[in-house]
Design a protein around this ligand. Structure first.
Ligand SMILES: Cc1ncc(COP(=O)(O)O)c(C=O)c1O
Length: 316
C-alpha cells in the first residue's frame, strides 16, 4: 500500500497536495513518499521470526542517495551491481557488512573497490569471475568473501526479459558448477566461501516459484556442506511482484514465512534482495499538461524522464 491518495479530486503525497509541490518546485518532478518507502521496507524487516534476516535493497531499482539513506535507517543493507552503486550505498552511510555485490560483469577495479570497502559478499556468477576475484584478492593480500549464485532452473517472472532463473539464462551457474566453485574457494587462500545465492526473476506473483527455488537451495546447501563449507547465509534474491493496475501479489510476510518454513532449523542467516516491491509504488512523476492535440494530452515530461510507460504493451 502507498501513501498517494486523492482527497476531493486532488492528489496528495502523504499530507501534501501535489499541486503545491508543482508550484514550489516546478514540473516535471519526481515525488517520493518517505512513509511508503518505510512501510515497504518494514514489511520485510519485521517479517523475520525464526531466522536471522537481512534485507538488502536492490539499488538498481532506485539509486537516489537520499532514498538509500531512508532505507538504511530502516535497517536495510544493499544489493549492488557496480562500483557506482557501491559508491552511492557508502555515501548513504551503508554498513559495508550489509552490502552484497551481485551482477555478471564485475570488473577487476570494481572487485578491488568491494574488497577495500570490506563488503559482506561477492555473489559470483561464473568460473571466470571467480578466477578474476581470486587474482584481485591475491594482489591485495586480502581474502574475498564469496557466495556462489546458482541457477535453480525455475521459470518465473512477469516478462521474458526479467526471467533469470532458467538454465538457459546468463545468470548463475549450474548445480555441478556450484560444487566445483565451492571446492575451489575452500582450496584458495584468497577466497572465503560465505554463502549460497539465487535470484529467479522479477515481478513474480506465485509463491510456489519462490518455494521451488528455496527447496533447490536447501538441497544444494546440504551438498555444499558435505564439501566442508560452513556458510553464513542463504541469499534468495528479490523478485516479488507489485500491483500496478490490478495484479494479485504475494505479501513480503508470506514470502519470508515460506522461506523460514523451508529453511527451518538451519543456522544460516536469510538474506533477501527486494527492489521493485519496496520502491515501485513509492514515487510518482509529477508533470503538467502543456497542450491538447487530438486525443493526446501533451505533457512536459517524456520517455527521457520515465521510460516504462512507452513500452507498456510489453511491460516488465
Ligand atoms: C541479483 C538481483 N537481486 C535482486 C533484484 C531485484 O529484483 P526485484 O526488483 O524484482 O525485487 C534483481 C533484479 O534484477 C537482481 O538481479
Amino acid at each position: 500500500m502507498d501513501h498517494f491518495n486523492y482527497q476531493q479530486d486532488l492528489l496528495f503525497a502523504e499530507e501534501v497536495p501535489l499541486s503545491k509541490i508543482a508550484e514550489q518546485y516546478g514540473t516535471p518532478s519526481y515525488v517520493y513518499s518517505r512513509a511508503t518507502l518505510e512501510r515497504h521496507a518494514k514489511a520485510y524487516t519485521e517479517s523475520f521470526n525464526s531466522m536471522d534476516g537481512l534485507v538488502c535493497f536492490s539499488v538498481k531499482a532506485l539509486s537516489n542517495v537520499a532514498i538509500l539513506k531512508v532505507l538504511k535507517q530502516c535497517g536495510c543493507g544493499f544489493d549492488i551491481v557496480s562500483g557506482g552503486e557501491l559508491h552511492r550505498a557508502l555515501l548513504a552511510g551503508a554498513d559495508p557488512q550489509k552490502i552484497i555485490f551481485s551482477g555478471v560483469g564485475k570488473s577487476k577495479a570494481e572487485m578491488a573497490a568491494g574488497i577495500k570497502s570490506n563488503i559482506l559478499s561477492f555473489n559470483v556468477e561464473s568460473k571466470s569471475e571467480l578466477m578474476a576475484l581470486e587474482e584481485v584478492a591475491k594482489e591485495m593480500n586480502a581474502v574475498a568473501p564469496v557466495a556462489i549464485r546458482f541457477n535453480p532452473g525455475v521459470d518465473a517472472g512477469g516478462h521474458e526479459f526479467t526471467k533469470t532463473g532458467r538454465k538457459s539464462d546468463k545468470f548463475g551457474v549450474s548445480i555441478d558448477e556450484t560444487m566445483l566453485l565451492t571446492a575451489k574457494c575452500i582450496q584458495s587462500k584468497s577466497l572465503n566461501i560465505v554463502g549460497l545465492t539465487c535470484h529467479i526473476g522479477s515481478q513474480i506473483s506465485e509463491l510456489e516459484k519462490f518455494s521451488e527455488a528455496a527447496t533447490q537451495s536447501l538441497k544444494l546447501l546440504l551438498e555444499v556442506e558435505k564439501l566442508g563449507a560452513e556458510l553464513n547465509f542463504i541469499d534468495m534474491g528479490g523478485g516479488l511482484g507489485v500491483t500496478y493496475v490490478d495484479e494479485k501479489t504475494v505479501q513480503p510476510y508470506e514470502l519470508i514465512k515460506c522461506y523460514e518454513e523451508i529453511f527451518r532449523n538451519r543456522p544460516e542467516r536469510l538474506i533477501v534482495e527486494p527492489g521493485r516491491s519496496i520502491s515501485a509504488n513509492a514515487g510518482i512523476l509529477l508533470t503538467k499538461v502543456e497542450y491538447k492535440k487530438n486525443d493526446f494530452l501533451i505533457t512536459d515530461a517524456a520517455m527521457n524522464d520515465l521510460l516504462r510507460p512507452s513500452f507498456v504493451s510489453g511491460s516488465t
